[in-house]
Design a protein around this ligand. Structure first.
Ligand code: ATP
Length: 440
């Protein structure tokens, strides 16, 4: 009898090296040799980006394979051996692996959806796993179980994207990545918007190469696996590739931003979205960050557009009290209050900004002076008085239009849906599972 085995893995890397996607890529090679039937690309699931102890992008992975029931133990042993040998040493590295056979229970699916925006504890993960027949293998604090279980439960049935990840050979890791910038510009020109966030238009920075000591050489994100293969052919590199794999992922989908109707649900470390009214003028604080206040029903929150969001801050600076906005971002507790780190903002409607001027004297054209509140104006030059005169009102141009504003790609979270993906969302689009999706 055949069975589908779902494998979830998380927390294998540290800032000094490793990457959970690399563990998955090695496992793809090893499991292929065990003659399993892959049910899907490996899943790269990005979880709540506001978890304080994440290493980088809070990514976890899941593999889904069909195999003979009697082979599952062999597969599990291979997975556990590989995770153990590739997990990085370090205090904060708490590798976790979960196994689930058959259909994914609704409780696990619900857990995954919550892990996208909420801050979940290990006990909840263990309880859910226990109730749903999920086997858990984890060490130390067990915190990796949250990500591993969440990865298994996210089947990417709503919007999704792909990422083709290439990995460096051991002897090149830690050295500058030898990828031709011109070829990345060309690849972007030829393949976007079917690929996205290859470059940062404001700074011309290449975004497909990470900057740390991890084994990733580059990753190309996109809508279609065949176009990713084309894109890989265009990118020129001057170092060997150890392996490459196409992942299916929730990157670039906004899957994490949870729409809130009640301000009480805006809790620390959540990823939130809500409608609010600007109630404090934006101001710049040391470091170039822009802060302003919004009222969400009866509660007031600080919102922050940080310095790395570049030109996005210029838009935010133009907001004034009374503007109606949709706020999208992560909740950060700061000095007893909660600040929303902005990931995007939609200006729904703009308040009128009015400037007032004293009227000119109808007799001599000098600027008149007020005689007191509601008491009219007098001309100090010619003595003309009019108790019915009032200040003149002028509506000023706001220099900002209603619409959606997103920080530049270099400052976006992995999960943030970039402008280029609007209109390309996949709704009920079956995944295109091509044959040539990994080497070796
Ligand atoms: P990389 O992206 O480079 O693979 P990372 O940023 O994913 O690294 P990890 O080392 O995996 O970082 O650490 C993230 C930790 O946070 C894991 O232990 C994971 O289980 C946990 N975690 C993930 N999502 C949540 C959540 N919603 N609530 C609580 N803990 C979470």
């Amino acid at each position: 009898m055949d069975v589908v085995l779902h494998v979830g893995i998380d927390d294998t890397d540290s800032l000094l090296g490793g990457c959970t996607t690399y563990v998955a890529a090695v496992l793809v090679e090893k499991l292929a040799k065990l003659n399993v039937e892959f049910q899907d690309y490996p899943a790269l699931i990005r979880l709540n980006p506001n978890i304080p102890w994440k290493t980088r992008g809070n990514g976890a992975v899941a593999l889904r394979v069909k195999t003979r029931v009697e082979h599952t133990d062999k597969i599990k042993c291979e997975v556990l051996r590989t995770v153990e040998s590739l997990s990085q040493p370090g205090e904060d590295v708490d590798p976790a692996v979960v196994f689930l056979s058959g259909a994914i229970p609704n409780e696990v699916k619900r857990f995954s959806k919550m892990a996208l925006y909420d801050f979940l504890n290990v006990d909840f993960a263990l309880k859910t796993a226990g109730e749903c027949g999920v086997e858990v293998f984890a060490s130390k604090s067990l915190k990796g179980v949250v990500g591993a279980l969440a990865a298994v439960g996210e089947e990417l049935q709503d919007d999704y994207t792909y990422e083709l990840l290439t990995y460096r050979t051991d002897n090149y890791r830690g050295m500058p990545r030898m990828v031709s910038a011109e070829s990345v510009f060309l690849m972007d020109k030829v393949t976007s918007p079917t690929t996205f966030n290859n470059l940062d238009p404001e700074t011309k920075r290449i975004l497909i190469t990470p900057r740390g000591p991890d084994p990733v050489l580059y990753g190309i994100r996109g809508e279609d696996p065949t176009v990713l293969l084309e894109a890989m052919k265009i990118v020129n590199i001057y170092e060997p590739i150890e392996r490459w794999v196409i992942f299916r992922t929730n990157q670039g989908t906004d899957a994490h931003l949870k729409w809130m109707e009640n301000p009480k649900d805006v809790k620390p470390y959540r990823a939130v979205a809500f409608k609010a009214v600007v109630c404090g003028k934006p101001h710049v604080i040391p470091g170039g960050h822009v802060i302003f206040k919004v009222a969400f029903k009866n509660e007031v929150f600080d919102c922050a557009a940080y310095e790395p969001t570049g030109g996005f801050r210029e838009t935010v600076k133009k907001l004034i009290p009374g503007d109606v906005v949709e706020i999208y971002g992560g909740v950060r507790p700061l000095n007893g209050a909660m600040t929303i780190n902005l990931e995007k903002i939609r200006v729904v409607s703009l308040a009128k900004e009015v400037k007032y001027f004293n009227p000119k004297c109808p007799k001599c054209n000098s600027t008149m002076k007020s005689m007191g509140h509601d008491k009219g104006f007098k001309c100090e030059k010619c003595g003309f008085k009019d108790s019915n005169m009032r200040k003149l009102e002028f509506e000023t141009s706001r220099g900002i239009e209603p619409g959606l504003y997103i920080p530049p790609p270099r400052a976006q979270r992995h999960l943030t849906k970039p402008f280029s993906r609007y209109g390309l969302e996949k709704k009920n689009v079956e995944c295109k599972f091509i044959d040539f999706w990994h080497v070796p």
